[in-house]
Ligand binder design. Structure first.
Ligand code: FES
Length: 342
């Protein structure tokens, strides 16, 4: 599936960047192949426009913010948050031409990030309950480009059979490669999947897991939010510690995504510091990235095309593929691929 070619994907919200990035001025981002500019308006909320001035096409992200509007860095044409040109400095007494505007996108702030939908969204921004629940702290972990497909990142998140191999250097158990099965609870826009997984618990991870046993259990209640967001809901029953990761594989183009990942913990900074938690998840995330960047980014959602073999533990990924294929079909689309290699 070439994400830039599947028009229905434009109708979902994506996490683009931390809100704090806007403190430095307008920021460019490429979402599904479309160049956009994001900045902070006068009310402190983010706004997003196409990153192309309607005068001589200069990127608005090269400009600056003035009174909550964005000013083109080339000749100073100024646009409000709706994309309407409100000032042409060279013609102060002339009326602004009708139609002098730049397309605007749906834009909002949630969970400390800027979210954008290119077209009228089919669903609201996913609801992540830990944000409002008492006792949790939020930690921004990773924000980095990966050279792979967002579907593969989502599948990998529910594929417990890779733990024993990809993560054998830390929590994976190479001598226990058969993963426990999930219990599934599908909904119209994704699913919840629950299981219990034994993991290695190296001595250094005591402050992460809250237990010093050599093997401990993860009680996972994971969720997939169509198309490319997910919850890794990990509870360590032995200690009661919650380690809840959310990440969004925000599609930049057909071979690149922005991995946006944050964490909720129900313990204190003294019990386990922010830096310890980032340092713990850093090698795990890098191991996932390394193997996923070694896969074909043109991941196929049409399971009738026999381009890959499957096994029992691929069931979550196959559910995603079928639901995404159904989404395409309901919106009158066929799956678009790269031409076959010669
Ligand atoms: Fe933007 Fe001229 S190109 S004002």
């Amino acid at each position: 599936m070439l994400v830039t070619q599947q028009k229905v994907l434009r109708k979902f919200w994506y996490a683009l960047m931390p809100m704090s990035a806007l403190d430095k001025g307008p920021q460019p981002f490429t979402l599904l192949g479309e160049n956009i500019v994001v900045w902070k308006g006068a009310d402190g909320k983010p706004a997003a426009l196409r990153d192309r001035c309607c005068h001589r096409t200069a990127k608005l992200s090269k400009g600056f913010v003035e009174n909550g509007n964005i000013v083109c860095g080339y000749h100073g044409w100024t646009y409000d948050c709706s994309g309407t040109c409100v000032r042409i400095p060279q013609n102060p007494d002339a009326s602004i031409p009708a139609g002098a505007r730049v397309p605007a996108y749906h834009c909002d702030e949630r969970y400390g990030y800027v979210w954008v939908a290119l077209e009228e969204p089919l669903q609201p921004i996913p609801y992540f309950p830990e944000e409002e629940a008492p006792g949790y702290r939020r930690i921004l972990q990773f924000y980095e480009q990966w050279k792979t497909s967002p579907l593969r990142v989502m599948e990998n998140s529910f594929d417990n059979s890779h733990f024993s191999f990809v993560h054998k250097a830390n929590f994976g158990m190479i001598d226990n490669p058969v993963p426990a099965k999930y219990e599934f609870r599908p909904n119209d826009w994704g699913f919840e999947a629950e299981t219990h997984v034994p993991v290695r618990n190296p001595e250094a991870s005591f402050r992460i897991t809250g237990t010093s046993e050599p093997v401990t259990e993860r009680h996972l209640t994971n969720r997939w939010y169509m198309p490319f967001s997910r919850r890794f809901g990990c509870v360590y029953p032995a200690s009661g510690i919650h380690h809840i990761i959310y990440n969004c594989a925000t599609p930049i183009d057909d071979g690149t995504l922005m991995l946006v990942q944050w964490l909720y913990r129900n313990d204190s900074e003294e019990a386990c510091s922010t830096q310890e938690l980032i340092d713990w998840d850093r090698p795990i995330t890098t191991e996932d990235r390394d193997i996923l960047e070694a896969t074909d980014p043109d991941a196929c959602v049409d399971t009738r095309r026999r381009v890959e073999f499957h096994m029992e533990s691929d069931k979550p990924g196959l559910m995603m593929r079928r639901m995404l294929m159904d989404l395409l079909t309901r919106h009158g689309e066929s799956e678009v691929h790269n031409p076959p290699e010669a």
